[in-house]
Design a protein around this ligand. Structure first.
Ligand SMILES: Nc1nc2c(ncn2[C@@H]2O[C@H](COP(=O)(O)OP(=O)(O)OP(=O)(O)O)[C@@H](O)[C@H]2O)c(=O)[nH]1
Ligand SMILES: [Mg+2]
Length: 223
């Protein structure tokens, strides 16, 4: 294939994906559903944060979680233990979810049976940034154990997100000031909502629920 033809095919793939992503977003809005894309590095704590969210929210909302991974059903099994419906997509070698994979899973269920949808994207800070999956909000998770340069080195995924989570704050004391991660995220995008969490202790999870715009009964919301 000539280089020009290769570029055209790639452009077409993005266009088809973006159209389908818009369709998913439109449908979710029309049906008054929430759909969040949780992206982030390998091992940053995406699944443990989703376990926290499932545990807190399943009392009040019907939740459906789509987990993307190269192999295994470990993440969907972990989250399902908290009383929410989950499905695992194994991408084989694929390094990201895309609108087509999400659309196929949504087509298998009755959307009216759920209120809130989460997708846990494949763990890395590169490929998921380029593929719109039709979510209303993109969230990117990094952990302080990834070091002081992790946000600076991956600006694109932060540009494409509305919420940045700096996780594993219980492990502070790694020889650098974690404020630098907050500064880097806000330099990349001044409107970014930045939340420090520990998915291990639960710190910051209520703040995250509020930032996602998820309603909980009076007295249980983040002040
Ligand atoms: N100390 C501490 N450990 C955490 C925290 N969040 C996650 N972990 C641990 O970090 C490891 C990876 O967490 P996961 O939730 O599986 O991370 P992930 O981002 O879903 O990883 P992948 O799906 O493989 O990309 C597990 O051993 C978690 O228990 C945290 O806030 N603090
Ligand atoms: Mg995971």
């Amino acid at each position: 294939m000539s280089p020009e033809k290769k570029i055209t095919v790639k452009k077409q793939a993005y266009t088809v994906n973006d159209e389908l992503a818009d369709e998913i977003r439109f449908l979710m809005k029309e049906k008054k559903k929430l759909f969040f894309n949780i992206m982030g590095s390998v091992g940053a704590g995406k699944t443990l944060l989703l376990e926290n969210l499932a545990q807190r929210l399943s009392k009040y909302h019907r939740i459906f979680v789509i987990n993307g991974d190269i192999a295994t059903t470990i993440d969907s099994d972990r989250i399902a233990q908290h009383g929410v419906k989950t499905v695992q997509i194994n991408t084989g070698g694929g390094c990201h979810l895309n609108a087509n994979l999400i659309h196929k899973e949504l087509n298998k269920i009755n959307l009216d049976n759920y209120d809130i949808f989460f997708a846990e994207n494949v763990g890395n800070l590169i490929c998921p940034a380029a593929w719109d999956i039709g979510a209303q909000l993109n969230v990117v998770v990094v952990s302080i154990t990834e070091g002081e340069y992790v946000i600076k080195k991956h600006p694109i995924i932060f540009k494409n997100a509305e919420i940045a989570i700096i996780n594993k704050c219980d492990l502070d004391g790694l020889g650098f000031d974690s404020d630098i991660l907050v500064e880097d995220a806000s330099k990349i995008k001044s409107s970014m909502k930045i939340i420090r969490t520990s998915a291990k202790t639960g710190t910051g999870v209520e703040e995250l629920i509020a930032a996602l715009g998820i309603k909980v009964p009076k007295g249980e919301e983040y002040a």
